[in-house]
Design a protein around this ligand. Sequence first.
Ligand code: ADP
Ligand code: MG
Length: 594
Amino acid sequence: MTKFEALGLDKPLLDAISDLGFESPSEVQEKSIPILLDQETDLVALAQTGTGKTAAFGFPMIQKIQSESRTTQGLILSPTRELCLQITNELKLYSKYVKGLNVVAIYGGASITEQARQIKRGAQIVVATPGRMKDMIGRNMVDISKIDYCVLDEADEMLNMGFYEDIKDILSNTPQEKFTWLFSATMPKEVATIAKKFMHKPVEITVGTVNAGASTVQHEYYVVGGRDRYAALKRLADANPGIFSVVFCRTKRDTQRVAEKLIEDGYNAGALHGDLSQNQRDLVMNSFRKKQVQMLVATDVAARGIDVDDVTHVINYQLPDEIETYTHRSGRTGRAGKSGISMVIVTRSETRKIKAIENKIKQEFIKKNIPDGMEICEIQLYHLANKIKDTKVNQEIDSYLPAINDVLDGIDREELIKKIFSVEFTQFYNYYSKTKDLNSSEGGKDKGEGKGSKEDIPSEGSVRYFINVGERDGYDWMSLKDFLRDTLNVEKEDIFNVDTKDSFSFFNSDAHLAEFILQTFTEFKLEGRFINVEISTKPGGGGGGKGGKKRSGRKGGGRRGGNSSYKGGNKGGGRGGNKGGYGKKGGKKRSGFY
Ligand code: ADP
Ligand code: MG
C-alpha cells in the first residue's frame, strides 16, 4: 500500500498521482486529506507556499464529488487569474482518470460568454476569481446554490487584495449546508475573522511554523547605495549564470522600468504587473514557464501564488512594505523540497528591516557582498569553459572545416582558446574592469573575495575558494556545505557563503583553515574524479583586448540568451538562433518583453 493509498484515496486518483510522479504526500496533504475524506467538516489549514496545498484540497474534493451528476458541487476561490488557471490545470491532471468530471476556470479578462458556455456544459468543480464569479452570479451564468464544498485558497491574499465584500456576496449565494475549507500561508486577523464568520467549528491544521519561510531557502542581503540598486541587480545576475529568478519591485512603474533596462542590457527578462493586458501577462508567464524568460520582474500582486518549479533565486529589488509579503516572495523559490536563495538588496538605512523580517520568519539572513567585477569575470570564464566542453558538435560544420582551418592557420591551440574566450569575455571584462565596489560600508569582515593565490595564503580574514563541483553533480548550497563539513570534519559555521554554480562552486572559510582545506583537497578523489579546490583568484588582465568598444550595441555586462545554461531550459533549441554559444546572434531580445 502506498502512502497515498493509506490516506484513503481511490484508484483513479492513485493512478493519476503515480503518473505525476508524486512519491509521498507532503505534510499538509498527510494531515488534511484523511480528515476531508472521512469527516464532513470545515477546515482551516495554514501552510507555507509550495507545500502542496492544491492537492490537499483537490484530492478529497475530486474523490467526494459525484461525477455522474452535472450539478456544480465544488467551488474554489482564488485571488488571481494566474492562480486560478494553475489550480484548474492541476485539478485536471489529478482527475484525468475520473470519467465525466469537468473542472472549469472562470476569471476576468477573457470571454465571459465562452466561460458561461463551459459552465453550461456541466462543471462539477468551478475555480474562480472573486470578481468574475460575482459578475457571473449577477448574470445568472453560474449556479452555486447546490455546492457541497467551498475552498478559499490563498485566503490571506484574497483579503489583502480587498475581496472581502465579494467573498461575502458570493458565499451568500451558496447553501448554508456546505463545508468550507480555507487554505492560507499566513493567519492575519482578517483571515481569523472570516473563519469565525463563515465557518462552523473548523478543524485547524498548521504545518511548520506559521508565517515562517520555507527552511530550504537561504536568505541573503546586500547593502548598496540607493543609486546602485540596478547595478547590483545586474551583478547578482551575472554572478549566477544559470539564474532563473523572480525579481520583485514595489510598484508597477519600477517593475516596468527594471524589466526594460534588463532587456536593453541583453538579459532575458520580462515584466509582470497589473497594467499589462491579460494577453501580455499570459505571454510573459508562458515564456517564463518555458524558461525563455530568465528574470521575471514582477509586482507582488501579479506574482502571487505563481507556481513555477526550479526558481533558483528570488531577488527583492526593493523590500516590500509589509513584512508578511516577504514570506510570499521568498516562497517562490525552494519549492517542492528543493533549495533556493532569496536575495534582498537594501540601502544602509533599510538594514533594520532585515532584523524585523528575521524575527518574523525565524531564520537568519546572511550578509553578503555584491561580487566584485573580477569575481564575476572569473565565474563567467569558468562557465564558458564548461559550456564549450559540453557543447555537442554540430556535424554540419565538417564541410566548412577546411575553409575555417585556412582562416585560422598558424594560430596554435592556446592562442585559439584565448581568442575564443575573448569573443565572449571581453565585453564582461571591459565592463567590469572599470566598475567600483558597490558594497556600502559596514564592516567588510568577510570580504575575502578573490584575494591571494595559491602561493600566498591570507593569514587573516576569510578566504574564498573555488571548487570544481556544482549543481550538475547534484549539489546545491546546502548539500555542498554538508559535503565540505563532513569531508573536512569541521563545524557547520566554518564553511560559509557557499555559492553553487552549474559545474563549479565557491565557498568561504576563515583564513586559519585555508592551509588545511587546500591540503585536504590535494589529490582528493571522489568516485574516481579529482575534486579540486583553489583559492579563488582574479583573472587579472587575462581577458585580453583593451579595445574598449562595446560590441553590437550591447551595454557592457549584459549578456545574450545563449550565455546561460539554466537547467533543462535551453536544450531543446526551440528558440531559433539562441543557441550559438559565443558567436554572433541575430536579434538580442528574443524572449524579452511583451
Ligand atoms: P501551494 O499551494 O502550497 O503553494 P502547490 O499546491 O502549488 O503548493 O504545490 C507546489 C508544487 O508541488 C506543485 O508543482 C505540485 O505539483 C507539487 N506537489 C504537490 N504535492 C506533491 C507531492 N506529494 N510530491 C511531489 N510534488 C508535489
Ligand atoms: Mg496554492
